[in-house]
Design a protein around this ligand. Structure first.
Ligand code: LMR
Length: 400
């Protein structure tokens, strides 16, 4: 029956995580998976999340009834406002829909399933992009999954000229996937004037934007600033999709809490889109899980809790920035060959070090340092205790 089944290739991110867990070395360092850690190297349940969790669990009203197909309304409404802005014309004119998803991955997949049915089967992904994007669009049945230039390895920054030239050459209606902020894996985002340039070409060429937003609040520490790209496209009159994840900014990794928001031209269209998204949810997950959405909803809808959340977000973003500075300083002190400015120039959870695959394998074998083979480092895995060791490992590998 299963003669044709072969072993699937390991996931480039989760496989490194399981190898790290098996490693018994006392000095091992996990900078593979993008998950926040404290300065003690421990996962962090945000104090406001813990507080709200207790409120929910101890509430006499708690039940485990099904949510509607599009999820918890107080959560999806608040999610749309969080990304688009409370005063967005799309929100004020009620021409959007927001549907709960299985975190960011589920939101991208839901969007891909929808676009494949109702829009176009050509999608352009940035090169490089999050390791899962290609597979999501493949599994959704996209026939043309192409890439556009994004990162320039020479400058370790944005390849804006090539990016724009490529946009100009795309065929009408193509879907172009963008990371709203804190690009994964490079940590390189377009500046506001570059987003403006990109949006202008997208409009002229009638291209369709799909934003993946997994790090709102993590890039700059400001929720509004990190939503700038999406809001700018909305202001320019685009219809668009945006996938939101609450894994990182709420630390709700295992609760799989996310949302797909669609900005449309009219309220009637938004309602039609909503019903189609519900129909897809029904066959894939039936109805979304409630716990994470209840937590996020309470926080986003209560000004005091919201303030507490923002302060934790700033703390996480600040600690990551500090790690960038410390790593950079250590490498400079060691005189490590190469230019390391990009460590402090790049933003968000990741640094794209520029280390080769061979160097990444070497650093794993010799120093028990786990990073993806692309040279991506999750800065949240560093702390004041391991950053020196990590810098030393890089220094030695670079000199080998
Ligand atoms: C990552 O890129 O490490 C995270 O987004 C985790 C994941 O799902 O890949």
């Amino acid at each position: 029956m299963f003669e044709n089944v072969t072993v699937a290739p390991p996931d480039p991110i989760f496989n490194i995580f399981s190898s790290y867990l098996k490693d018994e070395s006392a000095t091992k360092v996990n900078v593979g998976i993008g998950a926040y850690r404290t300065d003690e190297g421990k996962p962090w349940v945000l104090p406001v999340v813990r507080k709200v969790e207790n409120m929910i669990v101890n509430s006499p009203d708690l039940d485990h009834e099904y949510l509607p197909l599009d999820g918890l309304k107080s959560f999806t409404d608040a999610s749309a406002k969080l990304i688009l802005g409370t005063n967005s014309p799309v929100i004020l004119e009620k021409r959007y829909c927001a549907v709960q998803s299985i975190s960011g991955t589920g939101a991208v997949r839901l969007g891909a399933d929808f676009l494949k049915r109702f829009h176009d089967k050509t999608v352009y992904l940035p090169n490089p992009t999050w390791a899962n994007h290609q597979s999501i669009f493949e599994d959704a049945g996209f026939t043309e999954i192409l890439e556009y230039p994004y990162y320039n390895p020479k400058t370790k920054g944005l390849d804006i000229n090539n990016l724009c030239d490529n946009l100009k050459a795309m065929k009408e209606n193509s879907i172009v996937l963008f990371h709203a902020c804190a690009h994964n894996p490079t940590g390189v985002d377009p500046k506001e004037e570059e987003w403006t340039q990109i949006a202008k070409i997208m409009k002229e060429k009638k291209l369709f934007p799909f934003f993946d937003c997994a790090y709102q609040g993590f890039a700059s520490g400001s929720l509004d600033k990190d939503a700038w790209s999406v809001r700018h496209f909305v202001e320019q009159g685009f219809e668009l999709l945006v996938a939101q994840s609450y894994s990182k900014n709420f630390g709700l990794y295992s609760e799989r809490c996310g949302c797909l928001t669609v900005a449309c031209q009219t309220p009637a269209k938004a309602e039609a889109v909503r019903t189609q998204l519900c129909k897809i949810n029904r066959t894939v997950i039936s109805t979304p899980p409630a716990f994470g959405a209840r937590i996020v909803s309470k926080v986003l809808n209560d000004p005091e809790l919201y303030k507490e959340w923002v302060s934790s977000l700033k703390e996480m973003a600040g600690r990551i920035k500090l790690m960038r500075r410390m790593l950079f300083d250590e490498l400079i002190n060691l005189g490590t060959p190469g230019n390391w400015n990009h460590i402090i120039d790049q933003i968000g959870m990741f640094t794209y070090t520029g280390l080769t695959k061979e160097q990444c394998l070497l650093i794993r074998d010799k120093f028990h340092v786990y990073m993806t083979e692309s040279g991506r480092v999750s800065m949240a895995g560093l702390n004041t205790k391991n950053v020196k060791y990590f810098a030393n490992s890089i220094d030695q590998v670079v000199r080998m």
